[in-house]
Write a new protein. Sequence first.
Length: 382
Amino acid sequence: MSPAARRRILVVAGEPSGDAQAARLVAALLRAEPQAEVYGVGGPQMREAGARTFIDIDSLSIMGFSEVFAGLGRALKLYRQVVREIRRPDGPDIVVLVDFPDFNIPLARVAKKAGRRVVYYVSPQVWAWRRGRIAKLAQRVDCMLVLFPFEEALYRERGLDAHFIGHPLAADVRASMGRDEVRARYDIDPSLPLVVFLPGSRVKEVRATLPVMLDAARALSGTATFAIACAHSIDETLVNAIVADSGIDAADVTTVADDTYNLVAAGDVVAVTAGTATVECALLGVPMVVIYRMSALSYAIARALVKLPHIAMPNIVLGDRVVPELLQEEATSERLAAELRAFLSDPALSQRTTSRLAEIRDLLVKPSGVDDAARLVLEVSP
């Protein structure tokens, strides 16, 4: 293919987890077709993989329904910018939409009407709430690439060309250091059990959940030592400020940036905000307590729409309440401390939970999954 005829692939990822998933796909696309132009909406990981971004995810990262309403004007402005790009005469040949359904499902309609080929990579959780959107996706999307096996069957039943390409985390999530080495590196007391806190990858998540986690740490003081895994998208100064405001002795809590897998693998139990991180913890084989808090309005809307019995992805994948879930009014420091204490004091419980979580890697792994995804993307091109 000559440079003048090279394919243009627009990728739209609207939040940090989508940026990470999109980056893997971008890298695979450029391996398969180095002359392709891959560009769009994303963050630092997409750019590092070789994509050019004209909108950064920091402009779009919104948490919860009420926050969407508050940021609607900004989101609409950015949405129109993407629409203009799709409709340009020399616009993209292929539009790849990564999760972020409230933004991307309407974009799928625009792209389809503009004659673009549309691929949805990382299914929005329409199986959890607002299932009516599956019909819209079937009309607007040429190919759906999903990370969980049950999603492929769900979409195929509705007439959508869906492919389970494996969850990239199943192959990628590994610790690179031993437990003792990690504790020595971060000066973590080896004589006490380690509780690791993963408060989230978005600022509003961290502000909502980290204070609860630190209150639970105070209740467990003397029975364990504690560490916070700071996501790369979170400024460590924010985490340190919340620790200072909590009243807990900062010396009792270690903050670790950009080494989450090693830190989690060195832990005895994890308190984690609901989301992709729950899958990562499951793949690392560490018992967890899943916690999530949102605004009152967001929670009221979610309760009316979500019909699943579980919120934690490990529980959804396994079809069973394997790890505790604390949502909204249940997400108190007292409840969290009690659930963490149960794991710390009952080795048999921890072992049973670890054994069940080990099943998840086998369910999600698929060799060459992201390369298969890139091939499927390129095959939809006219």
